[in-house]
Design a protein around this ligand. Sequence first.
Ligand code: ASP
Length: 342
Amino acid sequence: MIDILYTGGTFGMVDQGAGMRPRAGIGADIAEIVAEFEAAAGLSVGYRYSELDPVIDSAQADAGTGRRIAERVRAGIASGRPKGVIVIHGTDTMAYVGARIAFELRGCAIPILLTGAQIPLGQPGSDARDNLRLALKSIVARTDPGTYLAFGAGLHPAVRASKRAVEDYEGFTTIRALTPPPVPAVLPEASRPREARGPVGLLTVFPGLHAALLDAAVDHYRGGLVLECYGSGTAPLHGTEMMDSLRRAILRGTPVVVITQCDSGGVDLARYQPGRVLLDAGVISGGDMTREAALAKLTHLVDSGFCGARLRHAMETNLLGELSNPPPAACDSSLHHAYVAH
Ligand code: ASP
């Protein structure tokens, strides 16, 4: 049996004159696609279908959407023991939500596949059926457990993928190959209830970044901030008052994780002076994580009660393949010891 959860997105959208918007109640279309798939494959997969209420344009996803969808998936797995789960989702935030699901449901023994479309069901050239068939086929073929985006020609590991095309059938790119940890990292469930530490956010640096924008970001995103820097982790903060606000935020207990805007290579904060200043201020290196994975991981860990040195350690450890492994010589065996959230 396969669980199919429809959350919205272009897949089922209609345009009645005011721009495309999501449509609820596409169960009959799904039944037809599954039946066609079963007939072609000569097997019966069996499925359970449900919808998010309301279905959304995934651009409307908020900070809690990924976790809410992950909880729905988790509840479905507990109640029905499916062989796999398919989440039909809008492409705009599919990589963000997919990464969040990957962290929330780490260790899950079945594949979870997010899929969607660039062109709605029933429209000429629609890729909706093909993408749903790809997801079904991947579950039937016993894809390894984990969270993937099933889109276009194949699967993308959710923690390494990013939307990189608006119209192309290949909407997603695997930015860097999945790098599974050499020894499975053990990360226990949070030992105490989630506390409100403040929201977690993301800010991209650019030439002309104004102190008011950084101040607003560190002021609002008290739970944590992913700072998407240039190249090896440099930013236009060195020697400015912005550096003081960043330092104050870190001292106050807001973790700041530095990642790179580049698609290849990762952060090396010791390389240039503007990076060293960040390092000295106490930022956490996000290595070569995508922005989607870094945001999802930081949010997940903060929500799970991690802070201080344990949060840093977990952020800098490859948990699911989201981060390249350190070279063997630099490998610290303690990295793979259990974390205790506090
Ligand atoms: N705006 C749409 C969404 O993300 C785009 C899509 O699904 O392709 O819901």
